[in-house]
Write a protein that binds this ligand. Structure first.
Ligand code: 2HG
Ligand code: ZN
Length: 470
């Protein structure tokens, strides 16, 4: 970027656009925006700007473009791949959308909701529920994550199995392009084939092609009845067979089918003390059935009876109350935090075809054993989506995270999988993306970036390598 004078001039322009209270330049004030919540990525931005309206975002982007300053859009800063924090190059403008948090409209009949990017996911979900509707994207960080963030990362979560990724839940989008143009596509249509579906380019591209400022979300009817069960299964083949049985018996009501290793349950018990209600298996399943119709309780009971009879399940409970269901979910939701308390880990957010899960686990386990026998695994995830959080606990300071990464990702590729299922690439996985994607796919991605952000100022170093280091 430019000189000290240029930097001061840019800050002055940003203050003129957003107001003095909306621009932070003090290092201590900027800290929460400059570092991710896991404290893995540390940026040194020029300033943080917190606009209150789309037009301000456009003016900020235009000013940054004039000064050649990079812009890092940020929502709740809850990501797991460093997509929303500056990459350490220095001098960026962090553009926090948090103040743009308005729910503009909710149509319970058309089942749509128009919200600004900074709206908190939990607030959005609660507003929908008040009208008997549900916005299905459900993630652990919903109390801080924002709509702009979940759209920009195409967030997944525990209900993807039934409702799809965030991509499937966005009907319309408003974005600010790299040159400051505002593109308003806030249509609330379920059918719209009038030309390219351009909004898809901005969903999941982590603010590298444009900045999401508002979205029209697709809502679904809020289920009136639900059942949660926590089941021990003898091995991974049984987990898969149980999944297939669940699809056959209660498939149209199946809203979650989570896989949890015995080691993950053990970690959670060690750090949070929540007792597992089932034992005797290598793996656990947390399943949820939900419906507008009564009778889901009986349907899940009979599914479990069949699973026990055929030996696919060895122990387990179905929650008798909402409170018990919450307690079962808490075991699952505490795993990430328990892993953090246990020590350093190398995270992998991978997916393989569902039926390849057993072969992948055997293959990756063997490859890691060959690399270093002392590594311990914390594997859990969304079995129905083929998405595993295949996290490796580092045994000692000498462990090579990059070698562990490569070993796991190579196994993923051998089984036709992806190195990022739902967390995105951020800055964490750019190197592995470069190593594992075909030249044709890389060239296509670079061409899209070149078209929409020719100066490379939108969230540089995320998804794609920085040009100057490419
Ligand atoms: C989850 O499924 C999240 O709980 C976090 O995607 C996964 O901590 C992780 O690796
Ligand atoms: Zn997950």
């Amino acid at each position: 970027m430019t000189t000290q004078t240029g930097r001061t001039a840019l800050v002055d322009e940003l203050i003129a656009i957003a107001g003095p209270g909306a621009v932070l330049t003090d290092a201590a004030d900027m800290e929460p925006y400059a570092v991710d919540w896991r404290r893995m990525f540390f940026g040194t931005p020029l300033c943080v700007v917190r606009p209150a309206a789309t037009q301000e975002v456009a003016d900020i982007v235009r000013a940054c473009a004039r000064h050649g300053a990079a812009v890092v859009p940020q929502g709740g800063n809850t990501g797991l791949a460093g997509g929303a924090t500056p990459d350490g190059s220095g001098g960026e403008v962090v553009l926090s959308l948090q103040r743009m948090a308005c729910i503009r409209a909710l149509d319970p009949v058309g089942m749509t909701m128009e919200v600004e990017a900074g709206a908190i996911l939990q607030t959005v979900r609660e507003a929908a529920l008040e009208q008997g509707r549900m916005f299905p994207t459900g993630i652990g960080a919903e109390g801080s994550a924002t709509i702009g963030g979940i759209v920009s990362t195409n967030a997944g979560g525990v209900n993807v199995l039934r409702y799809g990724m965030t991509r499937a839940l966005v009907l319309g989008l408003e974005v600010v392009l790299a040159d400051g143009t505002v593109v308003n596509g806030l249509r609330r249509l379920r059918k719209d084939n009038a030309g390219y579906d351009w909004k898809q380019l901005f969903i999941g591209s982590e603010g590298t092609l444009g900045i999401v400022t508002a979205a029209v979300l697709r809502l679904v009817p809020a289920p009136q009845h639900s059942v949660t069960a926590f089941i021990a299964v003898p091995d991974i083949d049984a987990a898969l067979a149980f999944y297939s049985l669940a699809q056959s018996r209660i498939g149209d009501t199946l809203s979650a089918f989570e896989l949890i290793s015995a080691a993950s349950v053990g970690l959670q018990e060690k750090h949070f003390g929540l007792k597992s209600p089932a034992s005797g298996g290598q793996w656990f399943i947390l399943l949820e059935g939900a419906s507008s119709l009564a009778g889901i309780g009986e349907a899940v009971e009979s599914l479990l009876a069949e699973a026990f009879e055929s030996g696919l399940a060895v122990d387990g409970v179905a929650a008798a109350s909402q409170q018990q269901a919450r307690a079962l979910w808490e075991i699952r939701e505490r795993i990430t935090e328990a892993e953090g308390r246990e020590g350093r880990s190398v995270k992998h957010d991978i997916s393989v075809p569902v039926t390849a899960i057993p072969a992948f686990l055997a293959d990756a386990g063997k490859a890691l054993e060959d690399l270093s026998p002392a590594l311990r695994l914390n594997v859990f995830g969304h079995l129905g989506d083929g998405n595993l959080h295949y996290n490796v606990m580092m045994a000692g300071p000498g462990d090579d995270g990059a070698a562990i990464n490569r070993t796991v990702h190579d196994a993923v590729l051998r089984h036709g999988g992806s190195i990022s299922a739902e967390h995105g690439l951020g800055q964490y996985r750019v190197g592995e993306w470069l190593r594992t994607k075909t030249p044709a796919e890389q060239a296509l991605s670079a061409a899209l970036k070149q078209t929409l952000d020719p100066a490379g100022l939108l969230n540089p170093g995320k998804v794609l390598p920085r040009r100057d280091r490419g």
